[in-house]
Design a protein around this ligand. Structure first.
Ligand SMILES: *Cc1c(COP(=O)(O)O)cnc(C)c1O
Length: 376
């Protein structure tokens, strides 16, 4: 084996400035890793906002005999999936950019539009991928303070300068679960000058049922600087296959296509995503399980005397009243993986994904035990 020697400090100096200042994205701990490291069994993971039901029957059937696909390159244009999206969402294929997860399209957006001379606005407590894709291409991140844990659209609008090139809004936001209303978001987009690309990240769109919650796709014909991103990782339960997409004006899609890797979405992902899209029954059932789970979580927090941030997603941030990192660690020893959110500026919170009834029950019971053992 080759030994790795010497200091890497000199190499760090070679990296571009934005990369030098970056911290890698911290993913939720996989179950197998916890079991390996802690020697626990039957661990549960409520840490990455995955669908606890798993994929629906249509996906299971579609992916049964996939070995024949493995030796061929995927369809680089994703024809079948784009057609299915167009039928379901009433779009034109020229508006769609498929990604290896929606994180991929967020990165394509930064690579196509952001440079060292431009600024990117996003909110405090917003999704961790926005600073990563911004700084990786050398852009200047402009972080506006949150209001009631969520996006302060007035503060974001006030931060726009001639150098602003992109604004990221997660609706609902991860990790806080907060959301912005239709009128407020539409007015915000209308205020944005044409040199600003507005990215509305709707990763949890299918979960939200509030009357005032907007479908930003409806505004694409009005605003040619609007980009809406969605994913198959959340309600469609395909996080492991990595499929997401952006919808935009065809000119923006054409630019993203220039910087896209030719085969950024794999064959199995394309196939499974198309099947998932057709499985409205599974989406509906996932929504119902989530509604019940959100209720179960809030009742549990209530009886533990804990506060939480009201969420419309499939996750919720609970105020544990002490170090969230410590509670996270203590939960691990009990075989429960939640998500610490100190890195999001929420050191006393934990984010927990809504799981199945028994998983939620187990999480709440473990949390109660941990809180009894650790002082505030
Ligand atoms: C989970 C999530 C995504 C989706 O990521 P994928 O790359 O599609 O798995 C995007 N945005 C937000 C805010 C998320 O929480």
């Amino acid at each position: 084996m080759t030994r790795i020697t010497g200091s890497t400090n000199s190499k760090i100096q070679l990296a571009r400035r934005g990369v030098r200042g970056l911290k890698p994205y911290q993913p939720g701990k996989p179950v197998a890793e916890l079991e390996r490291e802690y020697g626990v069994r039957a661990a549960i993971k409520l840490a990455s906002n995955e669908n606890p039901l798993g994929p629906g029957n249509l996906v299971r059937e579609a992916t049964q005999n996939i070995s024949g696909l493995l030796c061929r390159y995927p369809d680089g244009n994703g024809y079948g999936l784009k057609q299915a999206l167009c039928r379901q969402l009433e779009l034109e294929p020229e508006q769609i950019t498929l990604g290896n997860g929606s994180n991929d399209v967020l990165e394509l957006l930064a690579r196509a539009f952001v440079s060292a001379r431009t600024e990117v606005i996003f909110s405090e407590h917003a999704f961790a991928v926005y600073p990563i894709v911004t700084q990786a291409v050398g852009g200047q991140a402009v972080v506006t303070p949150a209001r009631e844990w969520g996006h302060d659209l007035d503060a974001m609008a006030a931060a726009v300068t001639p150098k602003t090139r992109m604004v990221f809004i997660a609706n609902p936001n991860n990790p806080t679960g907060t959301w912005v209303k239709r009128d407020a978001l539409r007015a915000f987009i209308a205020r944005m000058p044409s040199h600003v690309i507005v990215v509305v990240d709707e990763a949890y769109f299918e979960y939200v049922q509030e009357d005032d919650y907007p479908d930003a796709l409806q505004w694409l014909s009005e605003f040619d600087n609007l980009v809406v991103t969605r994913t198959f990782s959340k309600i469609h339960a395909l996080a492991g296959l990595r499929v997401g997409y952006a919808v935009s004006h065809p000119d923006i899609a054409e630019l993203l296509n220039r910087v896209r890797q030719p085969f950024n979405v794999n064959s199995i992902g394309l196939l499974a995503a198309e099947a998932a899209l057709a499985d409205e029954e599974h989406v509906q059932r996932s929504r119902e399980v989530n509604n019940m789970g959100l209720r179960q979580m809030s009742e549990g927090f209530e009886s533990l005397g804990l506060g939480w941030i009201p969420s419309v997603g499939n996750f919720v941030c609970v105020d544990v009243g002490r170090s969230g990192d410590e509670v996270y660690e203590a939960l691990l020893t009990r075989g429960v993986i939640a998500r610490p959110v100190t890195g999001y500026g929420l050191p006393r919170h934990l984010r927990v994904t809504v799981g199945l009834e028994r998983e939620n029950r187990r999480f709440l019971a473990a949390l109660q035990k941990v809180l009894e053992q650790t002082g505030p």
